[in-house]
Ligand binder design. Structure first.
Ligand code: 5AD
Ligand code: SF4
Length: 345
């Protein structure tokens, strides 16, 4: 698909064309990675973050967030829950921290989880040095998610503070380093950002292809009143349009990269209760039920009205599984569900 074709498919195609696109993407998914959806238990280990991304509710300067960090035992309990529930994998996600104490904590947690259960482990802990990425890989993590947020440097710079800590080049380098360490690499973008055009999103899709990524997680941008980007809320498209645009991004990416793993993300569910399921029907094949303890969930509000606050792991996971069963979508229980694209490389 050319850039122009991607742009016109992203610009409002009308409901009929969108349905055709989703169905086509579903067929491609079925033929390549299969119909199964893989579940990954998600643990939000800490909302402490050294960064100040202009869109994010847990940015450093948001003083209205109570900061927390889970105890190793709490993470292990979530891992056990995931394993007993037949989830092949766990995702450990958190704000970006580079202090040694935190790095060591992750390293020993990885070793302990791998010692106890044959779970696949994905990390999503921001930009780290090559050495730290290697340390965590050797301790047992084998996938890493680091969103590029926008592959267009100018747009990236509009949504991040202009300082060395938020450099576009460093982000790119981190993605290259992750690949060098042997990880399955996942990235992604936010969709419906202020200043963002269909051309930016088409370029994001082409960026994923060029970077030869193994996994992708992307979702609608949702404004948060405690962040600087909130100022531009009047420029946003309606939320439902952001969701539809996200679904078109998923479907187009499935056509472009048939054998990668694509996540149906929580931000989609924040716009419509069945947002994630609709992403599955448009070509996504990974879902991450939140296993974070209910008493800290509300503190991990990267955007407002995040769904699942007040639920515990058992509720979030059983509701997700029930939805999939009702839709007759097979769940890949007991398997890691690695990226086929990565295995083929
Ligand atoms: N809306 C949607 N997604 C967001 N993220 C951060 N803030 C927001 C927001 N306001 C996403 C970013 C980041 C991930 C942790 O959450 O893409 O990579
Ligand atoms: Fe920190 Fe990630 Fe939020 Fe940026 S998007 S402030 S790095 S948690």
């Amino acid at each position: 698909m050319t850039r122009e074709e991607l742009i016109s498919a992203l610009e409002d195609p009308g409901p009929e064309n969108a349905a055709v696109l989703y169905a086509k993407a579903y067929e491609v998914k079925k033929k390549t990675v299969g119909e199964s959806v893989y579940l990954r238990g998600l643990v939000e280990i800490s909302n402490i973050c050294r960064k100040n991304c202009l869109y994010c509710g847990i940015r450093r300067d948001n003083g209205n967030t109570r900061r927390y960090e889970l105890e190793p035992e709490e993470v292990l309990r979530a891992a056990e829950f995931a394993y007993n529930g037949g989830y092949g994998s766990l995702v450990i996600q958190g704000g970006e921290r580079t202090d040694r104490r935190f790095i060591d904590k992750i390293t020993s947690l990885l070793a302990e989880i791998k010692r106890r259960w044959p779970l696949g482990i994905t990390l999503s802990l921001g930009e780290q040095s090559k050495e730290v990425y290697r340390e965590w890989f050797e301790a047992g993590a084998h996938r890493y998610l680091l969103r590029i947020e926008s592959s267009t440097k100018e747009l990236y710079e509009k949504i991040h503070p202009a300082d060395a800590l938020h450099s576009y080049e460093t982000r790119l380098e981190a993605l290259v380093n992750l690949r060098g360490c042997g990880y399955q690499v996942g990235t992604g973008v936010m969709i419906g950002l202020p200043f963002q055009t269909a051309a930016h999103l088409a370029d994001d899709l082409l960026f994923f292809k060029r970077m030869d990524i193994d996994m992708c997680g992307m979702g609608p941008y949702l404004e948060h009143s405690g962040t600087p980007l909130y100022e531009y809320r009047d420029r946003l498209m309606p939320k439902y349009d952001r969701l539809e645009l996200s679904l078109r991004m998923v479907a187009l990416l499935r056509l472009l990269m048939p054998d990668i793993n694509i996540a149906a993300t929580t931000a989609m569910q924040a716009i419509a209760p069945d947002g994630r399921e609709r992403a599955i029907m448009a070509g996504a094949n990974v879902l991450m039920p939140n296993l974070t303890l209910s008493d800290v969930r509300e503190e991990y509000q990267i955007y407002q009205n995040k769904p699942g606050v007040g639920e515990d792991a058992a509720i979030s996971s059983s509701m997700t599984e029930k939805r999939l069963r009702d839709m007759k979508i097979p769940i890949g229980y007991g398997r890691w569900g690695d990226s086929l694209h990565f295995s083929k490389r």
